[in-house]
Ligand binder design. Structure first.
Ligand SMILES: [Zn+2]
Length: 174
């Protein structure tokens, strides 16, 4: 990703790469740091012990299965951004969720392979929520834990999160 940045945004001089995350402009002393983008995802488990996956409507990984969630906006906490993403993608409000773990991933979009760090949460729902897929989600579907479409999961980190969750004691009976 860092190779995409060739010129100083301040003075247009050629940038020098110092390491894998820092670019330096020798002309105006501008320093540009690249950092991983924080993302979030939610594992929603229903009372049958099934997990909700969403099918991606857009690239990257169009038509692959994913967890609902997305990228952090400015001035948002991870929890606020997760609530917003769930509302945007599924038109439901989920307030009560718990932290699972974080997962490193890559997100290739329009020629840039972004580094991401996904904060994954989980929640259990008792009632039947009326999920209405929209935004960048084509459809949503509950899968029993032994029928997760592992070969069609969009991201490695999401796969790992699902495996961690399913093998943990946090999940309901299998
Ligand atoms: Zn410069």
């Amino acid at each position: 990703m860092i190779n995409k940045f060739q010129y100083c945004p301040n003075c247009q001089n050629k940038l020098k790469r110092i390491d894998n995350r820092l670019l330096d402009c020798s002309s105006c002393r501008f320093h540009f740091y690249l950092n991983p983008a924080p993302t979030n995802a939610l594992i929603i488990e229903n009372k049958k012990g099934e997990i909700l996956l969403v099918k991606r409507k857009i690239n990257p990984k169009k038509n692959k299965w994913d967890l609902p969630g997305g990228f952090l906006d400015f001035n948002e906490t991870i929890e606020e951004s997760l609530s917003r993403e769930i509302k945007e993608e599924l038109k439901v409000t989920i307030k009560n969720f718990h932290y699972l773990s974080s997962y490193i991933d890559r997100y290739f979009y329009r020629k840039v392979n972004y580094h991401t760090i996904c904060f994954v949460f989980y929640t259990k729902i008792d009632e039947d929520l009326n999920f209405q897929p929209q935004d960048d989600v084509r459809e949503s579907k509950f899968f029993s834990k032994n029928k997760i479409p592992w070969g069609k999961i969009a991201f490695k980190g999401i796969s790992k999160a699902l495996k961690d969750y399913i093998s943990s004691k946090k999940t309901s009976t299998k």
